[in-house]
Design a protein around this ligand. Sequence first.
Ligand SMILES: *Cc1c(COP(=O)(O)O)cnc(C)c1O
Length: 356
Amino acid sequence: MTATRVQPRGDLALMAGYHSPQLDVPVRLNTNESPVGPPTAWVEELAAALTDVAWNRYPDREALALRSALADHHATTVDAVFCANGSNEVIQSVLLAYGGAGRTAATFEPTYAVHSHLARITGTGVIQGERNEDFALGLDEVDRVLARGPGVVFLCSPDNPTGLVADPEQVVAVADRCAGAGALLVVDEAYGQFAPSTALDLIDDDRPLLVTRTFSKTWAMAAGRLGYGIGPAWVVAELAKVALPYHLDAVTQLAGRLALGHVEAMDERVRRIVDERGRLVAGLGHLPVRQWPSGANFILFRPDAARGDTVWQALVDRGVLVRNCASWPRLEDCLRVTVGTPEENDRFLTALEEIL
Ligand SMILES: *Cc1c(COP(=O)(O)O)cnc(C)c1O
């Protein structure tokens, strides 16, 4: 018998899949994770609570306890909160509900590649808008993109990988324009806690705006896969329709709910990272690189006179892994460093100084 390979959807052949390569080096500053784990008290509470999980039963399909805790945390109502396995699943749910065949989603590049990647997987057409030369958003470009009629508009702020925070007045302007054009605006705030402003204040039942957040970065829980979106109840209801039944397992629900009892410890971690970011910015300021202003837990920079690939490899040779941004159009020779512990940041700065 000859082996028969069943062919997948033709358009999948064009997709590379999304991977962020990992290397086993002492200092890993490439995926924007928290450099330290969550509070020990939370780990102990979760371990104790696990003994009470009814393993033979399906979890709470509505994740009510978790969503109520998040609603309290953000001073909103439970029907305004949608939870999923990482904010990536929130984004996927948005595209399943508001994208799909015959519909389009818009991005402003360079930005988080998962937005357009998930659009393609869900059969949603992608309209690629471009950020300005300095990577800020331009309202002319927003108008140009909206004229093409996207069903969903993604705005990443702070933007990954540039670190730029959209000006709050501009976010209002984009939200108004999206409302006028009948598009759902998704503000991806995976790094929202590190930034001086948020779009959460703009959420209103009459505004087609969803803000997504994650436990992966600030909450030091990337291993747990929990993210959420906050928006009008009518949007949340549509997202719930496209989620798999019981998609959010009991342990994830528990982990998130218990984490919300440790807000102060998390705020303290954010403060420390923002301080360290300031130190990295100052350190990079003494080196021959261009850097972009960051409201996140990472910094994008470009060596003035050396190739990005060469510097990336030289850093790896010194035990420091950063993200090589060469695969992003317009980010040739750019590198992105995640803010680590003070020791990790020192090692990075020392290594970079040696190289340059
Ligand atoms: C890391 C990141 C996410 C987070 O994804 P999770 O699925 O929640 O881990 C979402 N958006 C952006 C821009 C990110 O950088």
